[in-house]
Ligand binder design. Structure first.
Ligand code: KG4
Ligand code: ZN
Length: 356
C-alpha cells in the first residue's frame, strides 16, 4: 500500500507480557507492518511466563523489533505522527521496557506519545478490520491474563459488566494442559486435540456466581480436571507426553488415550459454554447489536465455530491479531490521536491498569 501524505502513521509498541511487538498502522486501520518477537521457546521450558526472563528478553529485542517495523512499513522516523505504547495492564517489568523505550523515542524524535490500555488494544484488533460494527457492542476479552465483558457504547466508551474472579480462560487452558503433560501455551494444543474427543463425555458443572451473574470463575473447572486425573489412570501417558520435544499433532494424538481426548474435548466445551452463555446474557442485558471477541482465546476454533449460537453478529480478529501484537495498540491510539489525548513524559506503566 502506498503511504499518502494525508495519512496518520502511528507506531505501536507492545511489551506487556511475553511478546515484544512493534507495528505501524495508518489511519487506525491499515496495517503497514506488524513485527512480533515471541519468547515462547524461553518460557515453554518453565511451563509458563517467568517475569524476570520476560523483561530481560524485551530489553534484548525491542530496538531491533521497532527498527524492523519501520523498515517493513518502508517509512522513516519523520513520517510518524505518534508513538503509542501499552501502559498496562501486564507484567510491570515487561511494561517498563516498552514504556521507557517509547518515552525515549518520543523525546529524541519529537513525536507525540500516546498511552494505550492493553485490553482496549485487544478490542481494537477487531475494530481494525471490521468497520461496520454496530454499537452498542458487547466485548468479550479472553486471554491468558483477562476474561472481561465490556459494554462498548461507542468507540472509546466502555463499561465493565463482568470479569473472572479467579483464573482467566487462557490461564485455565494453560494450567489444564500442564496438568495433563501437554506443552505451553496450552490453549492452541488443547484446541487442536479437542475435535478428536467426545465433548459430552465428562460432565462439568458450571460455576454458580453469587452477586454479579456476569462474573466468571474457572478455578473450579481446573480443580475438577485435577480430580478427574486422580480417578483415571493416565499417569503413564502424562509422564510420557512430558518427555516429547516439540511434538507434532499426530505425535501428541498418538500419545493420548481416548479417555484423555474425551476429557480435553469436554473441558474445551465447558469453557466455550461458559464464555458464550455469559456473552449472550450480557449482550441481551445491554441491548447490544453485536458481539466482539478478542484476546488469545479468540483463536479458539471451537469458540469461533459455535459463536453463532449466541444469536448475535459475532466478530473475531484474524488469528495473527488475536494474540498479543502492536498493530492493535497503534489502532487503539488513533482515536486518541484525533482527540490529542497525548501522554506526558511522566507516564508510568501500571500492572493493574483498568479500562473501565
Ligand atoms: O492475548 P494473549 O496472546 O496474551 C495475553 O494477553 O494473555 O493470550 C495468550 C493466551 C494463552 O493463555 C493461550 O493458551 C491462549 O491465549 N490461547 C488459546 C488459543 N490460542 C491461544 N486458548 C484457547 N484456544 C486457542 N486456540
Ligand atoms: Zn493480551
Amino acid at each position: 500500500m502506498k503511504v499518502g501524505y494525508l495519512q496518520t502513521l502511528i507506531l505501536g509498541i507492545e511489551s506487556s507480557c511475553d511478546e515484544t511487538a512493534a507495528a505501524v498502522v495508518a489511519d487506525g486501520r491499515h496495517v503497514l507492518s506488524s513485527v512480533v518477537a515471541s519468547q515462547l521457546d524461553i518460557h515453554a521450558q518453565y511451563g509458563g511466563v517467568v517475569p524476570e526472563l520476560a523483561s530481560r528478553e524485551h530489553m534484548r529485542a525491542i530496538v531491533a523489533v521497532v527498527r524492523q517495523s519501520l523498515e517493513n512499513a518502508v517509512i522513516a522516523w519523520g513520517d510518524l505522527n505518534a508513538i503509542a505504547v501499552t501502559a498496562g495492564p501486564g507484567l510491570l517489568g515487561s511494561l517498563l521496557v516498552g514504556v521507557t523505550y517509547a518515552k525515549a523515542l518520543s523525546f529524541a524524535r519529537k513525536i507525540p506519545l500516546i498511552a494505550v490500555n492493553h485490553v482496549e488494544g485487544h478490542i481494537h484488533s477487531v475494530l481494525l478490520e471490521n468497520h461496520n460494527i454496530q454499537f452498542p457492542a458487547l466485548a468479550l476479552v479472553v486471554s491468558g491474563g483477562h476474561t472481561h465483558l465490556f459494554e462498548v457504547k461507542s468507540m472509546g466508551h466502555y463499561r465493565l459488566l463482568g470479569k473472572t474472579r479467579d483464573d482467566a480462560a487462557g490461564e485455565a487452558y494453560d494450567k489444564v494442559a500442564k496438568l495433563l503433560g501437554f506443552g505451553y501455551p496450552g490453549g492452541p494444543i488443547l484446541d487442536k486435540l479437542a475435535p478428536f474427543g467426545n465433548p459430552r463425555a465428562v460432565k462439568f458443572t458450571s460455576a454458580k456466581m453469587k452477586g454479579n451473574e456476569l462474573d466468571f470463575s474457572f478455578s473450579g473447572l481446573k480443580t475438577a480436571v485435577l480430580r478427574w486425573t486422580e480417578h483415571n489412570d493416565i499417569k503413564a501417558e502424562t509422564t510420557y507426553r512430558r518427555t516429547l520435544q516439540n511434538p507434532t499433532l499426530d505425535e501428541l494424538r498418538a500419545a493420548t488415550s481416548q479417555t484423555t481426548l474425551d476429557l480435553v474435548a469436554s473441558f474445551q466445551q465447558s469453557v466455550i459454554d461458559e464464555l458464550l452463555r455469559h456473552a449472550t446474557m450480557a449482550a441481551d442485558q445491554v441491548g447490544a447489536e453485536s458481539i466482539i471477541v478478542a484476546g488469545g482465546v479468540a483463536c479458539n476454533a471451537g469458540l469461533r465455530a459455535q459463536a453463532k449460537r449466541t444469536g448475535f453478529a459475532c466478530y473475531f480478529p484474524t488469528v495473527r491479531l488475536s494474540t498479543d501484537n502492536a498493530a492493535m495498540i497503534a489502532a487503539a491510539a488513533y482515536p486518541k490521536f484525533l482527540q490529542k489525548d497525548f501522554a506526558g513524559y511522566d507516564l508510568k506503566p501500571s500492572a493493574g491498569l483498568m479500562l473501565a
